[in-house]
Design a protein around this ligand. Sequence first.
Ligand code: HEM
Length: 155
Amino acid sequence: MTVVHAAVVHAAGVHAAANGPSLAGGLGGFRLILHVLAATIWVGGQFTLAGLLPTIRTLGEDAPKTVGRAFARLLWPAYAVLVVTGLWNIGALTVSQASAAWKAVLMVKIAVVAVAGVAVFLHQRSSTRRGTAVWGAIGAVASVAALCLGVFLAG
Ligand code: HEM
């Protein structure tokens, strides 16, 4: 590659960066797609099920528990994908060069994700309506918080 050609490629790179968004690279794009797809199941699924609950209750006394168990078969694999792709996200980024604020948000996010997981687990295991409602609410709020913090991390 001649010096002139290298200069042109560099200028084009600076020009593109200065002038706007660029497409996510192949593997990076795939990593984020997996992460966001799992987030749609974990976060979106909780709200969808909550919205369907009044109708599910008309199907019989055991229907909420039965549907909840079926949903759990989707929910926990999605959580596992979030944790694995989340760690992959960290591995793919040069975190050492990130700002203190970015690192702080990542730490808060990881704590919030842990709270979301524990709360949803306790929600599914609760034998009282109050426990089911309180842990369900904590799990949903923590899940949305993780999503918001993720968007901020993505920059
Ligand atoms: C409930 C669990 C989680 C949810 C709902 C969630 C959601 C998200 C969302 C929506 C994004 C933004 C994607 C984008 O705008 O392109 C994101 C990015 C990110 N998430 Fe998560 N996430 C979760 C768990 C985790 C975990 C456990 C980790 C780390 C161990 C993690 C690390 C990251 C990182 C580093 C980014 C930035 C990725 C980048 O810019 O390349 N996430 N997350």
